[in-house]
Design a protein around this ligand. Structure first.
Ligand code: MG
Ligand code: MG
Length: 262
């Protein structure tokens, strides 16, 4: 049996994930060539604390920072550092918070300066695969319906799906059952009920699917050195239509404004 949340608990999870959405928009404002990933991490921590939350990743399993910042061939779990972003990089920013006892957890992959069109297309497909997955997050469907929808969209673009890392349930704990893989068969896995809250987070590679862990004990990279993209939503399963608790609206407002000012 999977733990489903009451309407009140879903409301609290919505607030936690709204804080993550706004934090990622704050990061969007500061992403440009020359800034370090540690600078972005400081901005996020300050913003979260100023808004009454706690960084959800800092100290989790010993992770040292507020954000996971994963650049280019880094898939996820990159540790913020003195690395300076360069034009042409992509950076997955994964952010977690705790607010009123509930976790928020979402991620967005940003372009830095001018990015190769082939890499832009990877980002578009990864985000689209997330949206395809979300459409399946309705009561009565199974987790495999989400997994299959994500995989089909990603592979239709010629990309490969990371196997070693998966989405998860979200609540008073950062990682709750069930696991939400980004690959699988329709009709497989646990059946979803209204009130189940999950993170759907495709990690999609431009090249081969294989990954490896770095000696820092955290950073996951592609073994072929090609770029990887990552987008993540927290979603409450509902009848007929998924209730997406994350929004990229604030991020996209910032990015659109940046474009018109160039
Ligand atoms: Mg995350
Ligand atoms: Mg997650």
């Amino acid at each position: 049996m999977l733990y489903t949340k009451s309407d009140e608990e879903v409301g609290l999870l919505r607030e936690s994930n709204l804080l993550v959405s706004r934090t990622l928009a704050e990061i969007a404002r500061h992403i440009q060539p020359g800034v370090t990933t540690l600078f972005l991490d400081n901005i996020a921590e300050t913003y979260i604390r100023d808004n009454g939350g706690l960084p959800g990743f800092k100290g989790y399993g010993g992770f040292p920072n507020t954000l996971c910042t994963s650049v280019n061939d880094e898939v996820v779990h990159g540790i913020p550092s003195d690395y300076r972003l360069r034009s042409g990089d992509i950076i997955s920013v994964d952010c977690g918070v705790i607010l009123n006892g509930f976790y928020g957890d979402s991620a967005y992959t940003f372009e830095v300066g001018e990015v190769d069109p082939a890499v832009k297309r990877l980002l578009e497909y990864t985000k689209a695969s997330l949206e395809e997955g979300v459409r399946e997050a309705v009561a009565g469907n199974r987790i495999g319906d989400i997994s299959n929808a994500v995989q089909r969209k990603a592979e239709s673009g010629g990309y490969s799906v990371v196997r070693e890392l998966v989405g998860h349930g979200l609540g008073r704990m950062l990682h709750e059952p069930p696991e939400v893989p980004n690959y699988g068969r329709r009709g497989s896995g646990p059946k979803m009920e209204k009130g189940l809250v999950i993170c759907i987070e495709p990690m999609i590679n431009l090249g081969r699917k294989e990954t490896m862990q770095m000696r820092d004990g955290w950073t996951i990279k592609t073994t072929d050195g090609k770029p990887s993209a990552h987008f993540e939503y927290a979603v409450a399963v509902d009848k007929g239509k998924a209730d997406v608790l994350t929004t990229f609206k604030f991020i996209e407002e910032v990015l659109n404004k940046k474009q018109t000012h160039v």
